[in-house]
Design a protein around this ligand. Structure first.
Ligand code: X5A
Ligand code: ZN
Length: 634
């Protein structure tokens, strides 16, 4: 029974993988579907007088974006949900009744009155349609959150105007009137009983409005990166710096990453996700992820002046999808370069729809200024998060673990391969060839002899039509033949193998040995701090993940590895498992097909100090070879 269901799922996986981007099936409503909310009414609000600062926030932001989504066929693949106007009661989840009344009053104001009111706030304009539009922006966000939290859809995006994240209890600010995302988070707590919500604010401005709403609240983890330039960039607030971490019970639940230079690129953005946001988010284990999805952080934007390409937003989205069972709601904030905005929204929505992410372009080394910010924010949060605590530890002990840095793979000693294994090898090679020739994107092979199969697969992967760069992530006690160890085209990353001291470690072999290396705490830390940074630095064309017998990883950890490694490799991945349990194979097939995780991450395990230290030491030792391992300027 189970076997047949498994086979059916694998078939589905293969056929959808073969179709590739833009052609995946339209999923019916349900926990695997993606919602899109857009309503023309939100294009009504516009600037009626001359104000160079506000002129960039116009209706064409929505129309251009929506047109591109339709043109790409992406809007058509989504479940369309109607927007609605939020009630005043809902607005008052965050805003004062007095402020709501003020905004309500704008409906009947003359242009002069509107302008006078706008002057009371910083960088805001009003229009007779502001109140209904802003209510609809909130209502659209609530519709999306309700659909995701009831399981009507799995994730989704709301294209709204006006934006929300600068708006505060009693004030409009920075084009924002009502705080769409903050209201949605309060609503999720009150009406759905949620206890942990993550807000990821990747807009290029600091969402000080959202920060202020939740600064005392440990149930909402607020993360924002923002152009800061040592407090000289709007809104020029001291409270936007890395050392502002929340107050009272909310200490540690506000995370600010200031960008002190313009021109930040893909590597800077992904590094911050890997080394700051993800460790904290995994430890927090949110039940819902709200993205304040501003795209003024994308290349070409006049406000942000950054260099991150549209593909970067696909990667950021992919990195968030393993959280909260994939319950992710992206809500538009800023974004003022119409083409860049539309393109970035396409890449975000495409990823929500489960399409494979395109490769990340550019030098994988983060710049000095971003490393400085990463170092500072990690230090500021080390007291509050177990996943960062080993930073402090390392400084205290000044430890070196030279002997711990052990070596690798013993020689593949056996030419003896059983019949059964031969048959499995045949299937494995057929699968690998299909991946290499682009007929399918990813696959799972089962072998009774993982070590031998791995050696064969790596060799085959390197053949003439094979990969120029192959990453082999080997978990557990697996033997790698000598000749593959220092092949310039293969990086071997082994977790949990035998501890074997090695004379001269090769940059192409990375090994964290011992049973403890595959314990949940160590492994999750290794995933964000070692495995993904090496993979993003190497940019492999193919990833081979090999699980040795009794490798010690929980099924959840293998799933996370599988999902997250799809980023740096564009989804081209072969999983090789020795005698796995059927549910694991099923879960991995699901993961490769980009479907949501069935549960949240569960209780957090922290790595033992010894393991954290060994891992940190390994990362520091290898950061010259693999620049995305860096977390400090030294
Ligand atoms: C939502 C948003 C920016 C305001 C900039 C004012 N606001 N100079 O991106
Ligand atoms: Zn912005």
């Amino acid at each position: 029974m189970r076997g047949r269901r498994e086979a059916a799922r694998t078939r589905r996986l293969r056929s959808s993988a073969a179709r590739g981007p833009g052609m995946a099936e339209n999923r019916p409503p349900g926990p695997q579907a993606t919602a899109l909310i857009y309503d023309e009414n939100m294009t009504r609000v516009r600037l009626l007088w001359d104000d160079p600062e506000c002129a960039i926030e116009g209706p064409e932001r929505l129309t251009a974006t929506y047109a591109k989504l339709c043109h790409r066929g992406l809007a058509q693949r989504c479940v369309r949900l109607p927007a609605r106007e939020a009630t005043e009661e809902e607005l008052e989840l965050v805003h004062s009744p007095e402020y709501v009344a003020v905004v309500k009053g704008t409906q009947t104001m003359s242009k002069e009155e509107l302008q006078t009111l706008a002057e009371q706030y910083d960088a805001v304009y009003f229009h007779p349609s502001t109140f209904p539009c802003a209510r609809m922006a909130v209502g659209a966000t609530l519709q999306l959150v309700d659909a995701v939290l009831t399981g009507a859809v799995g994730n989704g995006m709301a294209l709204v105007r006006p934006p929300g994240h600068h708006s505060q209890r009693d004030a409009a600010n920075g084009f924002c009137v009502f705080n769409n995302v903050a209201i949605a988070a309060e609503h999720a707590k009150r009406s759905h009983g949620l206890q942990r919500i993550l807000i990821v604010d990747w807009d290029i401005h600091h969402g000080q409005g959202t920060q202020r709403v939740f600064e005392n609240d440990p149930s909402v983890l607020y993360f924002s990166w923002h152009r800061y330039e040592h407090q000289s960039f709007w809104p020029r607030l001291r409270e936007s710096d890395y050392d502002v971490v929340g107050q009272g019970p909310g200490r540690g639940f506000t995370v600010n990453v200031p960008w002190n230079k313009v021109g930040m690129r893909n590597a800077d953005y992904v590094s911050v996700f890997l080394h700051v946001l993800l460790p904290l988010a995994i430890e927090f284990d949110p039940e819902l992820v709200l993205v304040s999805a501003g795209f003024d952080s994308g290349i070409g934007d006049p406000e942000g002046q950054m260099q991150a390409t549209p593909e970067c937003f696909a990667h950021l989205t992919l990195l968030l999808l393993p959280l909260a069972r994939g319950r992710l709601c992206a809500v538009l904030e800023g974004g003022y370069h119409l083409q860049s905005l539309a393109e970035c929204v396409c890449l975000t929505l495409q990823t929500l729809l489960g399409d494979p992410v395109p490769a990340l372009s550019g030098d994988p080394a983060p710049c000095l200024s971003s490393l400085e910010s990463i170092q500072n924010v990690r230090a500021a949060h080390a007291p509050h998060w177990a996943s960062l605590r080993h930073e402090a530890l390392l400084q205290e002990e000044g430890a070196t673990l030279g002997e711990e840095e052990a070596a690798m793979w013993s020689r593949l000693d056996s030419a003896f391969v059983q019949d059964q294994a031969l048959a499995a090898l045949g299937k494995l090679l057929a699968l690998l060839d299909k991946i290499l020739t682009g007929q399918i994107r990813a696959g799972i092979a089962v072998s009774p002899t993982a070590s031998a199969a791995m050696a064969v697969a790596v060799r085959r992967g390197l053949l003439s039509c094979g990969a120029q760069r192959l990453l082999c992530v080997a978990i557990g006690d697996l033997d790698i033949p000598e000749d593959l160890r220092d092949n310039g085209r293969v990086v071997l990353l082994n977790m949990g193998g035998k501890e074997q001291p090695e004379a001269a470690p090769s940059p192409m072999c990375i090994h964290l040995g011992g049973r403890e290396a595959t314990e949940p705490g160590t492994f999750l830390l290794a995933l964000t701090s070692l495995i993904l940074p090496v993979a993003y630095s190497f940019q492999p064309e193919l990833v081979l993940v090999v699980l040795g017998p009794d490798c010690g990883l929980r099924s959840l950890d293998v799933e996370l590895l599988t999902r997250l490694l799809q980023g740096p490799v564009g989804g081209r991945m072969l999983l090789l498992l020795q005698n796995p349990e059927l549910p694991l194979v099923e879960a991995l097939a699901w993961a490769l097909a980009g479907r949501a995780l069935p549960s949240t991450l569960g209780p957090f395990f922290s790595a033992s100090p010894k393991q954290a230290l060994a891992l940190t030491h390994l990362c520091r030792q290898r950061q010259l070879d693999w620049p995305m391992l860096q977390v400090s300027v030294t």
